[in-house]
Ligand binder design. Sequence first.
Ligand code: PBG
Length: 323
Amino acid sequence: MSQKVRLRRLRYNKIVRDLVEDTHLRPQDLIYPIFVCEGSNIKKEINSMPGQFQVSIDNLSSICNRLLDLNVKSVILFGVPDKKDGEGKVAQDENGIVQRAVQEIKKINSDILVIVDLCHCQYTTHGHCGTIENGDVDNDKTVTNLGLQAISLAKAGADVIAPSDMMDGRVNHLRTVLDKNNFEKLPIFSYSVKYASAFYGPFRDAAENSPQSGDRKSYQMNYKNSIEALREAETDINEGADALIIKPAMSYLDIIYRVKSKFNIPVIAYNVSGEYSMVKSATEKKWIDKNIILEILTSMKRAGANAIITYHAIEIADYLNNN
Ligand code: PBG
């Protein structure tokens, strides 16, 4: 048979295969989410997320040292406070759970990049992402409170602010108040594109932030839309976001690809809790091979993500360092 083009020629030899790869996943591309709770010596496994824990501040050093050993250099913090209130004011407390966790991590090793999730759902009694007025989350009151939370976290030493509330105009407000308080060097990684998603189910177990009534559809996006994702991205870029976070990731690779193709800005994929738990339960049962994790995370990079927030960070970094 006369066949000049044989694509398999690049596939016979592993060294050749490695040479022609165009997507790479590195430990330093990964951001590890940590749920910090009150108390001491607490490491409480999250029921719906095997292998993930709520940890007290005194247990942060073992996690951070492990991450650094593996070359994972970034964490994103979620607070699980003891007390909540109607407006999530506890999130602004200079002695709040996340503020103290940031200070502790900076003491453990100042080289770890500490990203803080900025939202009120873990801090409000009703579990919504902002202040309720007339039966719905009030956009502008919430944005004002987010600004106060951001300043408090910046003062505690956070390296990056990541607003995940989906209020309009929050990036503009955050940039303004951060700059006014001399934090003009502090980047905003905005969750620009955040869909109302069943994939967040296990996270709500972990962060204890389920809405007591209703859902988040008046602020998070409808998953049937993609043009709206581009508008969200464009708005946040114009308001001063430094990088965009897209979540969920696995069923939203088209969105990652579209945003990345259209805008010149770094994109971070959030491989969310439901994606983690589905894979974790099936691999533990040996219904699917663990290699699927690498395949999923690589597909996010192939779609255009620069970095990935993932609960798999430790196991995958371990694998990457040893293979
Ligand atoms: C809101 C927030 C949520 C997640 C990250 N930040 C959840 C929500 O909207 O309920 C979900 C992340 C995940 O599922 O892993 N603070």
